[in-house]
Design a protein around this ligand. Structure first.
Ligand code: ADP
Ligand code: MG
Length: 307
């Protein structure tokens, strides 16, 4: 947001040597030529409790192009989950609207696939059973559902585990099944709410690479929520930065890191410049909060200093 309170979706100014990178400029030109698949228009959500009204989102607007990978970041409580629950059709906005391929979203639909942080697989079904579930609900015969489920399970690299139950899988494998299950109904958009938040650091990095590979192979647009800045930069074409109280769009920035992405880019100048920019934005949106400093109390023996 600039000084006049106007939200800008212009790309931020990078050092000139990055701004002129022809590969990056060409990639964004291509993305902007694609049709808009998701339109979020002036979304406001007010929660009314017995004692008070609480605005979780205020006038949130943005657009996502087909096959784009957009990450949403922002401090805890700024309305990220509320925003995607509305896009998923699980919750209604107080005002504003969401259009998916031009059609207003009013309820959940198979055009949106969801993956959450918590493991949401059915524990009484095998990997194959979990992936087949939605296909059967959609009315496909058992034979067809099984054939299609196997393809999705292969895509996430779990063919050897199709007859295994969720409790026998690691956290990363469970989330790969969750991705296969979400993609099985051929959604137009995959909506992910901190899906790797519960994984250890190494598994998380692997999952990020797996997800990029899956996204390259499948005709799907991704909206991915995280509070990990490196994760957002590593994955996204653009990053929507939300501020808190009430949740609002701070900025929508282009990620100038070339694709294909790899771990070596974590130290590239374009990656570090983006990280610096995001930190400045988030710091600014936190600046109004009271800063807390701890009292200086000494409970150690004299001469026992560790620093
Ligand atoms: P985030 O995902 O960014 O952490 P949420 O979307 O979960 O944030 O929540 C945004 C704000 O809305 C928080 O202050 C939260 O307490 C409030 N909120 C979310 N859901 C409800 C609800 N069902 N009733 C009342 N307040 C809610
Ligand atoms: Mg949340």
């Amino acid at each position: 947001m600039n000084r006049n309170g106007i939200v800008s979706d212009h790309p931020f100014r990078l050092p000139s040597y990055l701004e002129q990178s022809p590969a990056v400029a060409e990639r964004f030109a291509r993305i902007r030529q694609r049709p808009v698949i998701l339109e979020v228009e002036a979304l406001t959500r007010v929660f009314t409790t017995a004692s008070a009204k609480h605005a979780a989102l205020r006038e949130v607007s943005f657009r996502v192009h087909r096959r784009e990978f957009v990450c949403v970041i922002g401090p805890s409580g700024c309305g990220k989950s509320t925003l995607i629950r509305i896009i998923a059709g699980l919750e209604s906005p107080t005002s504003g609207r969401v259009l998916l391929e031009g059609k207003p979203v009013t309820a959940p639909g198979s055009d949106r696939g969801m993956v959450f942080q918590g493991y949401t697989l059915f524990p009484w079904l095998t990997v194959k059973g979990n992936v087949m579930f939605g296909l059967r609900v959609a009315g496909k015969s058992d034979a067809l559902a099984e054939r299609e489920a196997r393809q999705w399970i292969e895509l996430v690299g779990l063919s050897k585990f199709e007859n295994v139950y969720p409790h026998q899988l690691s956290g990363g494998m469970k989330q790969r099944v969750a991705i296969a299950r979400a993609l099985a109904n051929s959604p137009r958009i995959l909506i992910m709410d901190e899906p790797f938040g519960a994984l250890d650091a190494q598994t998380r990095c692997q999952m990020q690479s797996h997800l990029l590979q899956i996204w390259r192979q499948v005709d799907v647009t991704v909206l991915f929520i995280t509070h990990d800045l490196d994760e957002a930069i590593y994955l996204a074409d653009r990053i929507l930065v939300l501020g808190a109280n009430p949740g609002h769009v701070e900025e929508l920035i282009d990620v100038p890191v070339p694709r294909p992405r790899g771990p070596e880019q974590l130290l590239a100048p374009s990656f570090l410049a983006t990280r610096q920019r995001l930190e400045a934005l988030i710091h600014r949106s936190h600046a109004v909060e009271e800063t807390v400093s701890l009292p200086d109390i000494r409970l150690t023996a004299v001469g026992d200093d560790v620093e």
